[in-house]
Ligand binder design. Sequence first.
Ligand code: PGA
Length: 273
Amino acid sequence: MAIERENWTLAVLHDPSAVSEAASDFVSTTVLSKPDAAITFPTGSTPLGMFDVLAARAGRGEIDFSGVEIFCLDEYVGVTAEDPNSLSRWLWNGLLSRIGIRPHQFHPLPVTADGDELEAAAAGYDQMIPRGGLDLAVLGLGPNGHIGYNEPGSSAESRTRVIALTPESRTQASAYWEGAIPIPELAMTMGVGTLLEAKQIVLLVTGFAKAEILRRTVEEPMSADVPASWLRLAGPRLTIVADEAAASRLSIVHSGFQGRVADRGGDTHDGRS
Ligand code: PGA
C-alpha cells in the first residue's frame, strides 16, 4: 500500500511531556465514553510520563477506572506477576495501583503454564479479549521495531503466542533486570493481528534514539522486518504520537494538519502525504 493511500494520523509534539499528555487524553476519552473499556498499556520507559499524568487525573477524580479491564501486552515466560522483573509488576506499580485498579480488573498473561501448555494458554488468553477487539491499545516502539514482544519476523496476522526474544530485546531488558535469575529467552505477547483489531491504537515514540526505527516504521514498505509497520494497516484507527526528536528523520512531516491532538503544542500531520 502506497503511503499516500494510507490514512493514519501522525502527531508530532514538542517533547515527551506533551506526548504523555496527548496519550493520556486518548485514555481519558476512551474511559469516559466507555467505562468498561478493555485496554492494554505498554511497559518500558516511554510510557512513564503518561502513567504520572493518568495517576494525577485519577487522583483528582477526572477519570474513573473502576470499570475498565486491563489486558497485559507482553510478559516473560516463567516470570510470575509478583517477580519484580515482570512486566505485570512494572505496570501494576507504575500505573495500575495508582489509578485504583483492583486485581480482578487486571489480566496477566498465563506465562507460568507448563511448557507444553503454554501455547494453548496463550491462545486462550487471546480468546478472553472481548470480541471486536480491545477498545484501546497504547503501545511503545522497540528499538528493533517490536510492538509488545512481536519481534522482527512477526506477521500481521499473528495472535497471542510464545516468542523467542531477540538478543537486542534481551539487552534492552538487562538495563533494569534485577537479581540472579537470567533474563528469559522466551516471552508471551499479544499478536500483531490481535492488536490490529483494537478500535483505537496509539503508538508512543520519543527521543532521538527512536528516530531511525520510526522512519522505517512509517516510511518503508510494511514488513515483518519492522513489526510496528503493520500498525498502518489499522488506517484511521492508528495515531502515532511522537516528539520532535523521534520525528526528526521523517520526510513525510509537513505542516498544515488538523487532528485531535493538534492543540498540544506541536503540528499534527496525517499519513496522506
Ligand atoms: P522503551 O521500550 O519505552 O523502554 O524504549 C519500548 C518497547 O520496547 O516497547
